[in-house]
Design a protein around this ligand. Structure first.
Ligand code: SF4
Length: 487
């Protein structure tokens, strides 16, 4: 089989994953990796400049062309830095992110957009070393380059601080026999047209979730151990390995009461559980006027603005409902292609008065965003921290299962709680929204807004506002539901 870096790493995660890609591709679930790819590309493009002048081997669907151009470049220069240098040994192809040629010796650098070294990266680089070494190239150093999460931008990007180098040469050398065996094993496995049965293991989840999981678990009972919310994968596998998968069988084990609750509610169609006293106590803590706040944020691997670290959450939008004599709504959405933080912070302190109670759903996120804004703007600090200190979490009654029904399926995320409380209310259904239905679509739409025509920008802007408005309107409805059920 023709292998590449990514095929090799998928193959060592599970050979059957590659086999299914080849023989049953229609069974693959659509895991959307678009923004991951975009992130990776952005990091690669910046990391190249760590080495100054370089020659890039342009992508060509004809890999032989890329290989030919690589050798031409290598032969034309005594010393050179090449990005996307491409090689093939037998059926094993690889493009090296950055290859440095010095005195007929080579250094291989793999760029990752993560902020840490992971085991799978070592395997990926081992494969590349294997290909180059098998071609007779003298590779003297192999390194991983990843983002430094402690870097904070001040002024121009400082590439030497933004990135961290990890020399992994000794680990790579130790793995060379293993790479050879792995490639042989994968080749043999792929030659067979007979599908092997394979048990579910940690490999189905790590390092990447397998897109064939649904297919491989198709013969398990409809309600099974893998449907239990918030149970660790290792615990799920412990029961699975003992053959205890069915919800009914799990009830006879020592699993935690929270999990039993999910199982019993789903199996026996139980009535809603409502701890009225607890909910009364929770609501008593909330004072009027009552505000409901939700932020939308974006993250970039390469910090775009001062005082930002890789992947820091940058708020660009909020929706705010508040109840005084009746329900009101305010909203903020930044213009595209600007640093939105100062303007957003000013609007926020104008929109939320001092000493009012603000509700968020899963408040740690909103609190982190506000605290960061407070640290950036000393003149707004006290007001922002006053908002921060008066935030309460609407998630609490659901997190502690003081209000539970079977449709929540063991989860307390608002995406489960909302339809569970209002199964027939179409006005609260995110699927009915146009264009933007979740946080990552909101983030991507905002990031892309600057490239749109006036008309399309206005259209996207309106869709973003309606999406975020639904987030806080949903919170208002949940709050009203809590008031209703304690009567
Ligand atoms: S679900 Fe697991 S066993 Fe099935 S192909 Fe994926 S990794 Fe392999």
């Amino acid at each position: 089989m023709n292998l590449s870096k990514s095929r090799y790493t998928r193959g060592i995660q599970c050979k059957k994953m590659l086999w299914l890609e080849k023989y049953k591709p229609e069974e693959m679930d659509n895991i959307n990796n678009e923004s991951v790819f975009e992130t990776g590309n952005m990091v690669h493009e910046v990391a190249r400049y760590l080495f100054g002048e370089h020659i890039n081997i342009d992508f060509n669907s004809n890999l032989e062309e890329m290989i030919k151009n690589t050798y031409l470049t290598i032969d034309s220069y005594k010393d050179v830095v090449i990005t996307e240098a491409s090689f093939k040994y037998l059926n094993n192809f690889c493009s090296v992110d950055i290859l440095v040629k010095k005195n007929n010796k080579y250094e291989l650098y793999e760029v990752k957009s993560s902020t840490e070294l992971k085991d799978i990266y070592i395997k990926d680089i081992s494969y590349q070393y294997y290909v180059l070494n098998s071609l007779g190239m003298n590779v003297t150093k192999t390194s991983l380059i990843h983002l430094n999460s402690n870097y904070v931008r001040h002024g121009n990007l400082e590439l030497d601080k933004l990135f961290t180098f990890e020399d992994v040469t000794p680990d790579i050398l130790k793995l060379q026999d293993e790479v050879k065996t792995n490639i042989e094993d994968i080749d043999k496995y792929m030659d067979s047209e007979i599908e092997e049965d394979k048990k579910i293991t940690e490999n189905c989840f790590k390092p990447y979730p397998c897109p064939f999981f649904k297919y491989c678990t198709r013969n398990l009972p409809i309600n099974n151990i893998f449907d239990i919310a918030s149970m660790r994968t290792s615990s799920k596998l412990k029961y699975y390995d003992q053959g205890i998968c069915d919800f009914k069988d799990l009830l006879n084990t020592d699993i935690k009461d929270d999990y039993k609750m999910q199982i019993e509610y789903e199996l026996y169609d139980k009535e809603d559980y409502i701890d009225k006293e607890y909910i009364k106590g929770f609501l008593k803590e909330l004072t009027k006027p009552l505000y409901f706040l939700d932020f939308e944020t974006f993250q970039m691997p390469i910090p775009l603005y001062d005082d930002v670290s890789p992947y820091e959450q940058i708020p660009f939008q909020y929706s705010l409902h508040y109840i005084e004599d009746k329900l009101y709504h305010k909203e903020y959405l930044a213009k595209p292609n600007i640093d939105p933080r100062r303007d957003l912070a000013e609007h926020l302190v104008n929109d939320i008065p001092l000493n009012v109670c603000t509700l968020a759903y899963n408040m740690s996120f909103e609190k982190t965003v506000i605290k960061k804004l407070a640290s950036l703007y000393p003149d707004l600090h006290d007001h922002l921290m006053n908002i921060h200190d008066n935030i309460k979490d609407l998630m609490i009654p659901f997190k502690y299962k003081k209000y539970y029904n079977k449709l929540m399926k063991g989860s307390y995320s608002i995406k489960y709680v909302l339809p569970a409380l209002f199964p027939d209310d179409e006005s609260l259904n995110y699927h009915n929204l146009d264009l933007i239905h979740n946080g990552s679509e909101a983030m991507n739409s905002y990031a892309n807004m600057g490239n749109l025509s006036e008309e399309d920008m206005e259209y996207t802007r309106e869709r973003l506002l309606r999406y975020c408005e639904l987030d806080t309107y949903a919170m208002v409805k949940i709050y009203e539901k809590l008031l209703e059920v304690i009567k």
